[in-house]
Each structure stands twice: as structure tokens, then as C-alpha cells.
Design a protein around this ligand. Structure first.
Ligand SMILES: Nc1ncnc2c1ncn2[C@@H]1O[C@H](COP(=O)(O)OP(=O)(O)O)[C@@H](O)[C@H]1O
Ligand SMILES: [Mg+2]
Length: 248
């Protein structure tokens, strides 16, 4: 379980996050939604420690990550896997080198163990072994996301984060990636947080939704409660994406 406790983040005197408190359970899909610029990525970066909150703290299974010393923080970081927006693969490395990169950085595995782990991660994301020798530029956007997910899970993380996993994907591929993320969460019982503005994903896979508006937690609940939420900004966001949902 991850808890965000009264987190603030200030840039240039502006409160980009204002008193955000949320919690995320393991084994379910937690989604942070909100329009562009609302603060989703900043919140995710505060959670994973890429940004330090100006006030408040983040707890990983009751461990106060924000206020811990560097050595303890490093231990928690080893339990984290992340898919960055746009997959962020290393273009000069093969798929195999991309996926094995965190293993080589953070573990002392033998080449044989690395090979086996990469193979099992490729299998987990439904990619064939022959893809391992290709470069990111030689595979499709959907395959790149799969490789990004394989890299995120290679260290067998307890906590998995995805920033806009569907950005740049067509609706059909988005649904396949959604299902993959959900299956991995169920299989590995990870605490999973997804940043998204894809409302279709919310209704397809989310179990818990946190709506961020203007840097504040504006609403939270499960997707079934959205229609009756009486939250004008949330409903407006749903309406804006409703046309898109019906048209594909
Ligand atoms: N490093 C930064 N320095 C200054 N402002 C930032 C920085 N990162 C994000 N912001 C601002 O914070 C706000 C929220 O951004 P972000 O979290 O990226 O939004 P989104 O919900 O689209 O992910 C935006 O106004 C953005 O310009
Ligand atoms: Mg973002």
C-alpha cells in the first residue's frame, strides 16, 4: 500500500500540488486522472521520489519514503518499476539491452540468469524472443510499450507506475496494453498506479480513481460512482471524452 499524506509541490511560487492525500492498495488498478497540466505527472514524480514534496510525505507500506535516509530510500527504489511516458527506451540499445539494463545496474546476476529473466519478461508481455535483438526504431509503438513494461518488471517490483501508458497508441492497442497492465498487477500483486487521461481505460480497468483538478484532489472513488458523483469538473471531463468513446 502507498499513502500520500498532505503533499504540496511548489514551482515558481505556484502550488502545483496542494494538500493531496490519497492511498493506493496492492493488487488493484489505481488511476490518477485529470486534464493536461492538472498535476498528475508531478504527483507521480513525488511518489517515486524523482521530485521531493515541499510539504507532506509518501509512505510505502508504512515506511516514510520522503523522510528516510538515502540508503533506506535506495532499498525502496529497488522495489519500484516505472513506465515513463512514451516508453523512454534507449534507442542505441537493443530490446534485450533495454530490458536487462535495470538488472545489470541493480543486481549481480550471471549472464545466464539475466538471459532467463529477460526471456520470462518478454514472454510476460507477449513478445517473441526474436524481438530481443531488434532496436526500438525497428518495432511498433505498441511493441515499444511492451518492452517498456518488460523493463519495468524485470527487477520483480512490488510497486509499478505507468505515466500515460496509452499515449500515442491507437484505441485497439490501448485496450491490449490496459489488459496487460491489469493482468500483471493481478499476477504479481503489485501496488499499481497509472496516470491517464484516457477515460476508456478508466471504465475498462480502473478499480480506484483519483481525480486531480488544478493540483488538488477533486474527487476519488470507483468508476461506477463517477456518473452519480455530482462533481461538475469530473463529469465535464467524462463528457469531453464521451464522444471519443462512442466513435471508435
Ligand atoms: N519542473 C517543473 N518546473 C516548473 N513547473 C513545472 C515543472 N513540472 C511541472 N510543472 C508545472 O506543473 C503543472 C502540472 O504539470 P504536470 O504534472 O506535468 O501535468 P499533467 O497532469 O499533464 O501530468 C503544469 O502547470 C506544469 O507546467
Ligand atoms: Mg503528465
Amino acid at each position: 500500500m502507498i499513502e500520500v499524506d498532505h503533499v504540496y509541490k511548489i514551482f515558481d511560487g505556484k502550488e502545483v500540488l496542494q494538500d493531496v492525500s490519497t492511498s493506493y492498495d496492492a493488487g488493484i488498478i489505481n488511476m490518477i486522472i485529470g486534464s493536461s497540466g492538472s498535476g498528475k505527472t508531478v504527483l507521480l514524480k513525488c511518489i517515486v521520489g524523482l521530485l521531493h514534496p515541499d510539504k507532506g510525505s509518501v509512505l510505502y507500506d508504512n515506511r516514510n519514503f520522503t523522510n528516510m535516509n538515502y540508503r533506506d530510500q535506495k532499498k525502496v527504489r529497488l522495489e519500484i518499476g516505472m513506465l515513463f511516458q512514451g516508453a523512454a527506451l534507449f534507442n542505441s540499445m537493443t530490446v534485450f539491452e533495454n530490458i536487462s539494463f535495470p538488472l545489470k545496474m541493480f543486481s549481480n546476476k550471471t549472464p545466464k540468469e539475466v538471459q532467463m529473466r529477460v526471456e520470462s519478461c518478454l514472454e510476460r508481455v507477449n513478445l517473441e524472443m526474436k524481438v530481443a535483438e531488434l532496436y526500438p526504431s525497428e518495432i511498433s509503438g505498441g511493441m515499444q510499450k511492451r518492452v517498456g513494461i518488460a523493463r519495468a518488471i524485470v527487477n520483480q517490483p512490488k510497486y509499478l507506475f505507468y505515466d500515460e501508458p496509452n499515449s500515442g497508441l491507437d484505441p485497439k492497442t490501448s485496450r491490449v496494453i490496459d489488459k496487460l497492465i491489469k493482468d500483471i498487477t493481478n499476477d504479481l500483486n503489485t501496488t499499481t498506479i497509472i496516470n491517464s487521461h484516457d477515460m476508456k481505460s478508466v471504465f475498462e480497468i480502473a478499480d480506484n480513481v483519483v481525480f486531480i483538478h488544478d493540483g488538488k484532489k477533486w474527487w476519488d472513488g470507483n468508476p461506477d460512482e463517477i456518473d452519480d458523483s455530482k462533481n461538475a469538473e469530473l463529469l465535464q471531463m467524462m463528457d469531453a471524452s464521451g464522444r471519443e468513446i462512442q466513435s471508435d
